[in-house]
Design a protein around this ligand. Structure first.
Ligand SMILES: CC(C)(COP(=O)(O)OP(=O)(O)OC[C@H]1O[C@@H](n2cnc3c(N)ncnc32)[C@H](O)[C@@H]1OP(=O)(O)O)[C@@H](O)C(=O)NCCC(=O)NCCS
Length: 160
């Protein structure tokens, strides 16, 4: 078959452990994705914690996303997951999430929790497709920059 775009065939993103060299990029993606962004020093501190799993999503030479979880005994909480805005809507988050869950399972985690803003449809679709179910609801849990209060859903998924 003819290749209309020589050298432009799609590359697959790779999930890898994040390193201290990634903190500026991770902080930039986080800051552009969430109302209260995490700084480089917060990522550095988390990378040094044995109970925190931080994985990056790399496409060619670009880090385009990440997932962060904190593990306690056989439970984990996904603290943050984000894809660079320029790479959203291409299904990249599913592979990142599934690989991340696999690593949590490999570390003995049996149950994963997370909080998601009730109206965050891309995130809710992502988690629903990954098998998360609603375990609770927290009224007016998030406060937006403009003062608007938003509800959080607590989601849960068993890994065993
Ligand atoms: C949530 C996020 C990680 C999803 O990443 P992504 O790679 O763009 O996601 P995908 O392309 O896999 O799309 C996920 C689902 O959301 C849907 N979706 C995408 N944009 C949407 C929109 N604007 N409205 C409704 N659904 C949307 C997709 O169709 C897909 O659903 P499907 O699998 O049923 O088709 C990304 O949007 C992001 O980084 N958001 C900012 C940070 C954030 O909110 N993180 C989650 C915090 S809990």
């Amino acid at each position: 078959m003819m290749n209309w775009f020589p050298g432009k065939e799609r590359a697959a993103p790779v999930v890898e452990p994040a390193s201290p060299n990634d903190t500026a990029r991770l902080a930039a993606i986080h800051g552009a994705s969430f109302h209260r962004g995490w700084g480089e020093s917060e990522f550095e501190a988390m990378l040094a914690e044995r109970n925190t799993l931080i994985q990056r999503l790399r496409l060619r030479s670009n880090v385009i996303g990440f997932a962060v979880s904190r593990i306690a005994a056989d439970e984990a909480e996904i603290l943050s997951i984000a894809i660079d805005a320029g790479y959203r809507g291409q299904g990249f988050s599913s592979g990142l999430l599934f690989t991340h869950l696999g690593h949590l399972a490999g570390r003995g985690v049996r149950t994963v929790f997370l909080e998601v803003e009730e109206n965050n449809q891309p995130a809710r679709r992502l988690y629903e497709r990954a098998g998360f179910t609603i375990a609770g609801r927290r009224e007016r849990y998030y406060r937006e920059a403009g003062g608007q209060e938003l509800n959080a859903l607590v989601l849960r998924r068993n890994l065993s």
